[in-house]
Design a protein. Structure first.
Length: 194
């Protein structure tokens, strides 16, 4: 029961403070899931994010569903998704009516402009974390090359980011294993020791 309460609490906070939509919620999900509750590590979070980006639909609910299921089964999945979307639904219904009524007031525009720097900083922090992980996993040159190729594919050729992420996942899945990597498998290590 504590796990379900923790899931509801974590994803409710994500839903309430996730200004700007799905991509801006990713740093909040990371903070709750990796830092606060330690339900997964950085590598697993990166994998969930990558796979979530290749699937259709909002990233926040996909991540909530997967993480909820991993932590609390089917009930955890439903719990996390509902905790994410209910605050959004309430704010949309109540907030849009108020914003529509007061949209010409300067404080409404100020509110929107005030959130932008905070969201920007959250995205920069997440980008830096991924940069450091990529540097550690691939090395600086390979990571910069992959980033540049991705940027060109997305910005110049207008290829959907989900397709780029999907292509990378497929390339990694079907990449031939080198002899050096085969020698490091647990079975081969046991044979060498025995």
């Amino acid at each position: 029961m504590n796990t379900q309460m923790d899931l509801a609490s974590a994803f409710f906070r994500i839903g309430v403070f996730g200004f700007g939509g799905g991509p801006t919620m990713i740093p909040l999900v990371h903070k709750e899931v990796v830092d606060n509750y330690q339900w997964m590590d950085d590598d697993e979070f990166s994998n969930v994010l990558a796979i979530g980006n290749t699937l259709p639909g909002p990233i926040a609910t996909k991540m909530a569903g997967y993480i909820g299921y991993k932590v609390g089964g089917v009930v955890g999945c439903i719990n996390a998704v509902l905790a994410t979307i209910l605050p959004l639904i309430i704010v949309m219904i109540a907030g849009l009516g108020l914003l529509n009524e007061y949209r010409d007031k300067p404080w409404v525009a100020g509110m929107a402009h005030g959130v932008v720097p905070v969201v920007t900083w959250m995205m920069v922090k997440l980008t830096y974390d991924f940069f450091m992980k990529g540097h550690k996993a691939l090395g600086l040159i390979a990571m910069l090359a992959a980033s540049a190729i991705s940027l060109v594919l997305i910005a110049v050729f207008h290829i959907h980011p989900g397709l780029v992420v999907g292509a990378v996942i497929l390339a990694v899945l079907f990449k031939p294993t080198s002899k050096a990597n085969k020698d490091l498998t647990p079975a081969s290590t046991e044979k060498k020791e025995g």
